[in-house]
Design a protein around this ligand. Sequence first.
Ligand SMILES: NC(=O)c1ccc[n+]([C@@H]2O[C@H](COP(=O)([O-])OP(=O)(O)OC[C@H]3O[C@@H](n4cnc5c(N)ncnc54)[C@H](OP(=O)(O)O)[C@@H]3O)[C@@H](O)[C@H]2O)c1
Length: 212
Amino acid sequence: MNIALVGATGNIGREIARQALARGHQVTAIVRRETDLPAELDGAQLAVAALDDTDALAAVIAGHDVLASAFGPRPGDAPSQVGAVIAHLTDAARQAGVHRLVVVGGAGSLEVAPGVQLVDTPTFPDAYKPVALAHREALKVLQATDDLDWTFYSPAAEIGPGPQRGGFRTQARNFLVGDDGHSRISYADYADAFVSEIETPQYLRQIATVAY
Ligand SMILES: NC(=O)c1ccc[n+]([C@@H]2O[C@H](COP(=O)([O-])OP(=O)(O)OC[C@H]3O[C@@H](n4cnc5c(N)ncnc54)[C@H](OP(=O)(O)O)[C@@H]3O)[C@@H](O)[C@H]2O)c1
């Protein structure tokens, strides 16, 4: 498949790009400035476009099968960008005629009980709240989008380096906790699930998650 990917230079995006290339897909990394991609992403195409420039974005994603995003605000940047970026990506996808949009979401928007999102629970860490609330705004943008096949794919609460060991679970809507009481996933296993969702859509127009 032809995959256009925003955020390919980040922790999660780099692993998504690496696995997509390894699985034989073509990847266009959409970056904000000319840059050298890591050697592991040899074979990816580079395209420069600002995420708030819908025309430029539409021009670089035209002809792709899917627009994927692992965008995240860098330290010091306003978390509130997340919702605005997703709005620009939906506009650009529409303009370019790319109907599939798969984005890395936030675990805070998953439900822990009917109608209760993780971010609204009393023990949700204050430090993660601004970005979790920004992801919720992004999810609202997508939920109001009925002309694109989007998926808001939230990692488990904890995501980080680690082996690609498989054995993870995926599900729509609800927060997933493992037998050890933790909600965890490695970058590698999350990316495996994310690329699989691109290849074989399972969670169209839904929030879903991946965890052990
Ligand atoms: N449990 C959870 O719910 C959970 C946990 C971790 C992460 N996440 C979410 O997952 C996403 C990715 O996280 P991450 O840790 O991989 O992030 P990261 O390592 O900080 O990478 C962020 C990516 O976004 C890009 N980016 C940032 N600002 C940009 C801009 N103005 N224009 C173009 N590109 C820009 C960065 O590009 P540059 O290299 O140009 O800066 C980079 O590729 C984030 O949305 C984060 O909130 C969720």
